[in-house]
Design a protein around this ligand. Sequence first.
Ligand code: AMP
Length: 119
Amino acid sequence: MAEETIFTKIINGTIPSKIIYHDELVSAFADINPKAEHHILIVTNKPIPSVAEVTKDDEPALGRLFTVARKIAEDLNVNESGYRLIVNVGKDGGQEVPHIHMHLLAGGKLGGLGFPDKK
Ligand code: AMP
């Protein structure tokens, strides 16, 4: 069996974290190293390694990431003012945890995305 990811351990409660949302498809909790006033991770309960490995069967969970992002944004009172959703993919995309997750960043005006490093 594949090794559990750190996010699976958080969802299962093996690693303590404040789960702010949980349903049968996705869970959400605060990022341990926040890059904005509010930095929430919304993760699929199924440990899909990355967007590079999604299938059509994953569409319900992937769609749920967005509806839960909206719900959290409403709870944070930023649904009107705006926020940023980021999904990193693979090594060059800066993905550190091989378990699909969406970053929700909010709180004031966010900086630009910046330019990718030139090789
Ligand atoms: P990514 O680079 O897109 O894979 O993002 C992984 C994110 O997971 C980073 O922003 C980390 O700060 C965050 N992270 C790693 N370990 C934990 C943890 N135990 N609890 C919450 N967030 C974590």
